[in-house]
Design a protein around this ligand. Structure first.
Ligand SMILES: [Zn+2]
Length: 340
């Protein structure tokens, strides 16, 4: 899009404005302005914990003569970042109509290695090979960033030892388990001169010399000498530093985060306008995207419990039998359309 950011900056009626100050394939730094702090913080929290990606969730070990216990290896496998671009077309397993897992709700990876040489052998993420049908050719591939092209170390084998296993990667969000976190860290900062006095600095004699200045002090006007405190001032410029853990590019985390907020708001509107007539037939999924609802697809509203719903049954927020999402079609493509 071709526009002059300075012109947009002045046009306050346009709503939130984003200025990117630095971007590469690991992090993006940007400023969000003309937005309320509650919105800015919602975006931060959603980017940390509610963007669906995929991670290894099930490991079937056929052979393990290494020194590490099966469950120890399974835990390490779960934490390996897998490429999640295209994961929006994957269903949550709890929303899928298969018994355990299938190609519509999972990606299979296999690992088979035997140390036949005379020296110890290192098994790393590179040795995890996607198998079976996939939505696209990158989905589920281990993310490898190091110069040697090996990826994270999984285990080591002594001569004669063997490891053979099959992994099932499923879709999830970091609220459920940190292995589904798309972002490694998100820096969030506003008011670099502390004009609003939201921070109380601890100091010996002078906070100005004892605390390092924010990297954004040049972005905003410092307070004038003797300036009176403005009791009505509210923050409206927010500085983010989004670092990816690998599954999605950093800009993808931001756009997916905005999509998740949109879905949450759409769910709220849905609840307010149509909630009364729909009835309730199951616990809700932890978020609303990703492939349609078992009962929602044919027009019956079936999601969203509230604390006022009077449902005496299963209160788990994580689905399980009968877990549904409210939309048959999602903005992520018609995940539910192939079901009967
Ligand atoms: Zn399935």
């Amino acid at each position: 899009m071709d526009y002059d950011p300075m012109v947009m900056d002045e046009a306050e009626s346009l709503g939130p404005v984003v200025k990117i100050s630095q971007a590469d394939n690991v992090r993006v730094k940007f400023e969000l302005s003309n937005a309320d702090i509650s919105f800015a913080n919602s975006l931060r929290r959603v980017m940390l914990a509610e963007i669906p990606i995929i991670a290894i969730d099930l490991v079937e070990i056929e052979e393990n003569s290494s020194v590490l216990a099966d469950e120890f290896i399974a835990h390490r496998l779960g934490l390996i970042p897998l490429n999640a671009e295209g994961a929006e077309s994957l269903l949550y397993s709890r929303d899928c109509d298969c018994d355990n897992y299938c190609e519509n709700c999972s990606v299979k990876l296999v690992l088979h290695a035997k140390c036949t040489g005379g020296e110890n052998m290192s098994i790393s993420a590179r040795d995890l090979v996607p198998a079976g049908d996939r939505m696209n050719q990158t989905l589920g591939t281990p993310v490898i960033r190091d110069e040697d092209g090996l990826g994270p170390l999984i285990l080591k084998l002594r001569p004669g030892q063997e490891i053979k296993l099959e992994c099932i990667a499923k879709k999830g969000i970091a609220k459920e388990h940190a292995k589904w976190a798309p972002s490694a860290a998100i820096g969030f900062e506003y008011d670099p001169h502390n004009k609003l006095h939201h921070i109380d600095y601890w100091y010996e004699s002078d906070p100005k010399t004892e605390w390092p200045p924010s990297e954004y002090v040049d972005w905003e006007e410092p307070p004038a000498e003797g300036e009176p405190f403005d009791y009505d001032a509210v923050p409206n410029r927010f500085y983010y530093n989004v670092e990816t853990s690998g599954p999605l590019p950093p800009d993808g985390i931001v756009t997916e985060g905005i999509k998740v907020i949109q879905q949450k708001l759409a769910g709220l509107i849905h609840e307010l306008t149509e909630g009364e007539g729909g009835g309730y037939d199951g616990p809700r999924s932890p978020e609303y995207g990703g492939g349609g609802g078992g009962g929602g697809g044919d027009g019956g509203y079936a999601g969203y419990s509230t604390s006022y719903g009077g449902n005496g049954g299963n209160q788990s927020s994580w689905g399980g039998a009968g877990g549904t999402t409210p939309y048959g079609q999602t903005p992520y493509g018609g995940g539910g359309s192939s079901w009967s």
